[in-house]
Write a protein that binds this ligand. Structure first.
Ligand SMILES: *[C@@H]1O[C@H](CO)[C@@H](O)[C@H](O)[C@H]1NC(C)=O
Length: 452
């Protein structure tokens, strides 16, 4: 039962004031629920072109704890389609924000739907059932539809509009516009126009020689030939496919000018020791928050590597597999130093913002697990270069950071890659057998609305 509104205000206000800070939120680092706070809410939620549901909670609240499994499942099902976020209103820093959002009891669920103007979303209380299905349905209902439903009559007109702009057409048997294609259109708003054509539009179907449904066709623009997608009907590979023509909108968008220094202008400081606080730690305001020196943890042994990242239960890990120093006491080669510094800074930045991110670890060459992992993943085994990889034992995938011929480990580039990992964008490879040390027990539940 929720608190009654009359008593709730007073009660919540006094609880908010009286309770000590609980650093542990309800959701762990590995949770699919996006953890949001007063500082990044605008950037991650209000300014997004995607729909979000946000839970305002307190870790001690029983109803919040009860909601957690259904909410995490909703987050998994909505991955790539909409954001499922949570704000810990027990954190001192978030309390005024939760108040401003009109939170009067825990949990409060709000659906945030992008409006016509960026940054001015519609925010409404979600009062439906606290089940995965009901939450997913309510959110999916509110995913904006930028997909043109074209017919034989108006397809040519649509194609002729902004002729040079790339377009994508989904040929489908369905009359409805799925969450997946709507989410895809949102990712490419402004760069690729998306339409949907039903199989009964026979002229259009014939024009493109479509024989199977659904089929996604990419029209690069101008008089370039159409490209037919033959991959899985899943968000990430479809984004990848469209990305060959135009980049998806970065979400979250790069920071707006009013919020501190734009990160694009910040260069990592050349430093032999990643533990030295770089200049841009100044970003970590207010000054009352103690600034931890940025560094990432080291996994010195094969056992430590296994325990941290290679179990069937392990969530996403980012690993920097370090090269061997050229001489016993020599410094690492500079690409490896750059990689470490970038990872340290990114991790530091997230921790300052109290934004939970997956863990980053460095793995020294001397760790025998590093060599084994390189061999299993088909990475260069000579250990002369650094490799940054992401892997998830639980979900059985891994990805390699492409350093562009070993030259590039700057913070912006690494961070863009981390963002893609975080958002599940880009191609993942299946972890080869034997990398994860026990039998897999869990399979990720398939999203039940994900098909086209
Ligand atoms: C939102 O869509 C607009 C195009 O309408 C695009 O320019 C912008 O980058 C998008 N913002 C985000 C955060 O994706």
């Amino acid at each position: 039962m929720m608190l009654q509104p009359s008593s709730a205000l007073v009660l919540v206000a006094s609880l908010l004031a009286a309770l000590p800070v609980n650093a542990d939120g309800l959701y762990t680092k590995k949770s699919p629920v996006l953890q949001v706070n007063h500082k990044n809410y605008d950037q991650l939620i209000a300014n997004s072109n995607h729909t979000s549901i946000v839970e305002f909670y307190a870790p001690w609240c029983g109803h919040c704890q009860n909601l957690k499994p259904a909410y995490e499942k909703a987050a998994k099902n909505l991955e790539g389609l909409a954001k499922v976020a949570a704000v810990n209103c027990d954190e001192d820093e978030n309390k005024p924000f939760c108040g401003r959002m009109g939170v009067q009891g825990f949990p409060t669920l709000k659906i945030v739907t992008p409006g016509k103007k960026p940054g001015k979303p519609r925010v409404e209380d979600y009062k439906g059932a606290r089940s995965t299905k009901a939450i997913v349905e309510a959110v999916v209902d509110r995913i904006p539809n930028h997909v043109k439903r074209a017919t034989d009559k108006d397809l040519d007109t649509w194609l002729a509009q902004e002729e040079e702009t790339p377009k994508a057409i989904l040929f489908t048997e369905k009359g409805t516009t799925s969450a997946l294609i709507r989410a895809l259109a949102i990712d490419f708003l402004g760069s690729i126009h998306v339409a949907q054509v039903r199989n009964k539009e026979s002229e259009a179907v014939e024009k493109f020689g479509i024989t199977e449904f659904p089929t996604l066709v990419l029209l690069p623009g101008g008089d370039q030939d159409p490209i037919v997608y033959d991959g899985e009907l899943k968000k990430a590979p479809m984004v990848e496919f469209l990305s060959q023509i135009a980049a998806p909108n970065p979400d979250p968008a790069p920071k707006s000018p009013k919020s501190s220094t734009p990160r694009d202008t910040q260069k990592p400081v050349e430093s032999p020791d990643p533990k030295i606080v770089p200049d841009d730690a100044k970003e970590a305001k207010p000054a009352s928050v103690p600034i931890p020196a940025p560094s990432i943890d080291t996994l010195p042994t094969a056992e430590a590597l296994e325990a941290a990242c290679l179990l069937p239960k392990s969530g996403t890990c980012i690993l920097a597999l370090l090269p061997e120093p050229t001489e016993p006491d020599a410094d690492l080669p500079s690409p490896a130093k750059d990689a470490l510094l970038s990872l340290s800074e990114i991790s530091h930045k997230y921790s300052v913002r109290r934004h939970k991110l997956f863990p980053f670890y460095s793995v020294p060459a001397i760790n025998s697990g590093s060599q084994t992992l390189r061999a299993a993943l088909g990475l260069p085994e000579d250990q002369t270069s650094v490799e940054i990889i992401a892997l998830s034992g639980r979900r059985g995938w891994w990805r390699r950071y492409d350093s562009a011929e070993g030259a590039e480990y700057g913070q912006d580039r690494v961070e863009a890659w981390i963002d893609a990992v975080r958002l599940g964008e880009g191609e993942k490879e299946k972890l080869p057998e034997g990398v994860i040390v026990e039998e897999k027990v869990e399979e990720q539940p398939a999203a039940d609305h994900d098909e086209l």
